[in-house]
Design a protein around this ligand. Structure first.
Ligand code: SAM
Length: 253
């Protein structure tokens, strides 16, 4: 039997509560899914978990539901938090990064403006919509936070204390001034980190400048990591690094 649709709802959810859904949610249930009186949906948010909702009234633009049973409690803080810091790339690829980061359990997502970032304006409302839809589809109970874009130094400074930075460094070459750069296979880096709070940093189409690399290699608790001998597209790198982190350090264990 197809499971009833899931909708992320900001307002508080509790047994017996009656809710008038907003226009988008009402339109989705009534017109897209053609649900009517007695139809069911699952409403969720990180504070209240997931609740079964039954449709009690359908007007031209609004649906009223009543919440009955609690299907899933609010998410406990399961694994370590994972932040994705990524330089925005072309629109479709950037949308994919936000969607896959949500499916792969990122706690927060932040666009980072590096020297060579081409796309310097982003639509956060669009990212949030993509993240909510991905959370609904992937059966998450929470939606990753989408932080304001920031220049690289600011984004790094804003990381919570104790966050291990996994710096995806595709350049094996020496740093400015000829100092050797140590870039380890990501598998090795993740084995050493374990279940610590982490942030993954992925650069833009043009990669990081030598100056940015030198600053990152010199930064405390920063772990330059290789994703193998081939140069990956930013979206491939971001997805690969998150998959590997979830498998080694996250909630796939
Ligand atoms: N500078 C690259 C070049 O020479 O074409 C392009 C950068 S790549 C398209 C975008 C980002 O993906 C990089 O900045 C890096 O963060 C990540 N990345 C790609 N391939 C990688 C690899 N083999 N190891 C580590 N990170 C990689």
């Amino acid at each position: 039997m197809p499971t009833s649709p899931r909708l992320h709802i900001e307002s508080r959810l509790a047994g017996g509560k009656s809710l008038t859904l907003d226009e988008d949610a009402s339109n989705y249930l009534a017109r897209v899914l053609r649900l009517g009186l007695g139809g069911e949906a699952r409403l969720f948010n990180a504070e209240d978990g997931e609740w079964l909702a039954r449709i009690d009234a359908v007007s031209s633009r609004r649906i009223v539901v009543t919440l009955s049973e609690n299907l899933r409690p609010p998410p406990q803080a399961a694994g370590a938090p994972l932040t994705l810091l990524f330089a925005p790339v072309k629109k479709d690829q950037t949308d994919m990064i936000v969607e896959k980061a949500t499916e792969l359990g990122a706690t927060s997502i932040r666009p980072v403006l590096t020297e060579r970032t081409q796309t310097r304006t982003v639509r956060l409302d669009r990212f949030r919509k993509i993240a909510i839809e991905a959370a609904e589809q992937t059966e998450r109970l929470d939606v990753p936070g989408i932080a304001e874009p920031a220049l690289l130094p600011r984004a790094l400074a804003d990381l919570p204390a104790g966050t291990a930075l996994i710096f995806c460094d595709e350049t094996a070459g020496p740093l400015p001034g000829g100092t050797a750069a140590t870039v380890k296979p990501i598998r090795e880096v993740l084995a050493s980190l374990g279940r610590r709070p982490a942030a993954i940093l992925v650069g833009p189409e043009g990669g990081f400048t030598a100056f940015e690399r030198a600053a990152l290699h010199g930064r405390a608790d920063t772990h330059p990591s290789s994703l193998g001998p081939r140069i990956l597209r930013a979206e491939t790198a971001a997805i690969s690094a998150m998959v590997l982190w979830q498998s080694a350090c996250g909630d796939w264990g």
